[in-house]
Design a protein around this ligand. Structure first.
Ligand code: ATP
Ligand code: LTN
Length: 342
């Protein structure tokens, strides 16, 4: 290669992998904290995203609702701006290498390490009647997701840091025994990782598994439902729209307003000077309705076009299988397996 060609070669983009479980509704929290950031990363990075449906059966799913949720999650993420010209976006269960590498990695993960995972402790307390082995080994499947694609960076929320750290340890351990096999991934915590809180208990995060439906806003909630939920949002008796201590509810509403309009907290405070909480809640509700309106419109078109969705998740799964199979084969060969005869 000539010197000139060398300098004009585009730099290889870093690879990103991330996934979200299709467990129920996607909330405003998921959108602001995860999805919207994925969309922004697509130009700068080589992005691979997945609907983590294998992870979702660690808690019991109703078959009919589950099937619907998986496809809806796929369509909704596209509606939010995942661009199939730029990124690969597939459904985890369609790519069998994930479950296979997860088994392999399970044998390189210690019982003690998995026992220390706070998510396991929390979820096993919450689902005490179904503390299954999958819930326990969930992090090795997540490690498989990431390591199969030799991802450099993994966008995650703070709650997933411990799982990512474990993925790094597993990769380092495997590489230490067999030589470099997996890229050791770094976490990527977005700068504007606004933590959206529950509308009913603003000391807790907004979570889609909250049984109180008024606690969260789903991206697909109808405008009148969104407005109602904001009107019911818990605030305080101070009646002044500004950020302050002990004002968790208002702080959260200002955070949401800021996340969807791009205005700073100071700008919002100035705008609502002298106005009551009622006006402010209505304004936040309206801003959220405007933010989700185009997403809902695109979603409605996409979910009606099952043939398009199938064509895309099939194409992406085929590519994902090729990429991931290379890593799986390499890892298995190093362990001593006889190469696959077909
Ligand atoms: P569950 O209630 O089932 O635990 P969840 O709504 O908390 O679900 P996760 O599936 O755990 O969401 O997370 C998906 C992604 O959304 C993660 O990257 C997480 O950090 C992000 N996320 C979840 N809730 C919020 C929130 N309230 N604010 C900002 N980001 C969030
Ligand atoms: N465990 C994650 C979802 C998830 C994931 C991944 C995230 C599954 N596989 C790989 C990043 C990389 C969650 O529940 N938020």
């Amino acid at each position: 290669m000539s010197e000139e060609m060398k300098t004009t070669q585009p730099e290889k983009k870093k690879r990103i992998f991330s996934a979200i479980q299709p467990s129920g509704t996607i909330t405003l929290g998921n959108y602001v904290g995860a999805l919207r950031n994925w969309v922004k990363l697509q130009d700068e990075y080589d992005c691979i995203f997945a609907v983590a449906d294998l992870h979702a059966i660690t808690v019991r799913q109703d078959p009919k609702a589950f099937r619907k949720n998986i496809l809806e999650a796929y369509a909704l993420f596209l509606a939010c701006g995942i661009d199939l010209e730029k990124s690969l976006f597939f459904i985890q269960s369609h790519v069998h290498t994930h479950a296979e590498l997860a088994w392999v990695l399970n044998c390189y993960t210690q019982f003690g390490e998995l026992s220390r995972m706070t998510q396991f402790k929390d979820k096993s307390a919450k689902h005490a009647d179904n503390v299954n082995a999958g819930l326990f080994t969930y992090p090795s499947l997540m490690a498989a997701d990431i390591l199969l694609y030799q991802a450099d960076l993994v966008p995650i929320g703070a709650d997933q840091k411990q799982h990512l750290e474990l993925s790094r340890n597993i990769a380092e351990r495997f590489n230490g025994i067999y030589g470099k096999t997996f890229t050791v991934p770094d976490g990527y915590i977005p700068e504007v990782g606004a933590r959206i809180k529950s509308l009913q208990d603003p000391t807790k995060k907004m979570s889609k598994s909250d049984e109180n439906v008024n606690a969260w806003v789903a991206i697909l909630d109808k405008p009148d439902v969104i407005m109602k939920k904001f009107k019911r949002a818990v605030t305080d008796s101070d009646a002044k729209v500004c950020v302050g201590e002990g004002k968790d509810g208002i702080n959260n509403l200002i955070g949401i307003m800021s996340a969807v309009t791009g205005k700073t907290a100071d700008e919002i405070t100035a705008e609502f000077e002298g106005k009551g909480y009622g006006d402010f809640k209505t304004a936040v509700g309206e801003a959220v309705v405007e933010e989700v309106r185009p997403i809902q419109e695109r979603f409605a078109q996409l979910i009606d076009d099952k043939a398009y969705l199938e064509e895309q998740y099939r194409r992406c799964a085929e590519i994902a299988l090729k990429i991931s199979q290379r890593t799986l084969d390499k890892a298995m060969k190093k362990i001593g397996y006889i190469p696959r005869p077909f």
